[in-house]
Design a protein around this ligand. Sequence first.
Ligand code: HPA
Ligand code: MG
Length: 281
Amino acid sequence: MEYSAGTIDLSPQSDDLGSPCLNRHRPLLQVTVKKLALFIQTLVFYDMKKTVTKTGKTAALTYWVVINCKTILIKDEDSGYNKNLFCIPKHYEEDIERVFIPHGLILDRTERLARDIMQDMGSHHIVALCVLKGGYKFFADLLDHIKALNQNGDKSVPVTVDFVKIKSYCNDSPTEKISIVGEELSALNGKNVLVVEDIIETGRTMKALLSKLKDYEPKMIKVVSLLIKMTNRSPGYRPDYIGFEIPDKFVVGYALDYNEYFRDLNHICILKEKAKEKYKI
Ligand code: HPA
Ligand code: MG
């Protein structure tokens, strides 16, 4: 796919033709749009902090536009917020380094994800499939927003729920073995299935789950993940909807855990190294 700033159509519309005022300003308008496109390009490349060739630039810009327009990108240098500015449960105060994504921001982003999902999937019965345990908070909040859209919109569809449980982490490292424990999922047959996940790192777990779900022949499968990590361990899997794209840091809170701790923390936070030792198994 090629990105081209020249795709902006400035050709006269039928009702423009007779307007001397608009015709007079058209050359100026064209120059302004070109300058604007160049300015945006410059900003984008400054942001990428990469030296690339001219052809590389086009490819890299395409990549940037496609990848980053649909998510909130949190960069490596964004370290979050001082934890003392937020309410943290007393029992975790010593363990948290920084608040990374405040709870309110998670909820606001989730509201918009619900709208995007309903636009794409909301014409047919949806089965929302929660990936436990880490996905349960995001799942509950996302479904509240979907219910609100169903309640207040011109059209609505039934939404039923199902759950699968996956364990792929021990301490802060992925385990070799992924275990998927689920109920009978025959209810997925012929439905629009929305898989709701907390975090995707390599996509290894999600790919294993998706291949299992396809056996039930759903009408459609879409994946929403609250977080996706930028890591060179990933072969490039990206879900259909992404809440936030985050750096390669271990995060907890909002149901994401470290050996089962920190699920009972509202904000997504970064742990202190000594907390990793404290809760290690
Ligand atoms: N936190 C919690 N669980 C996880 C993470 C993380 O950063 N990455 C993959 N599973
Ligand atoms: Mg998960």
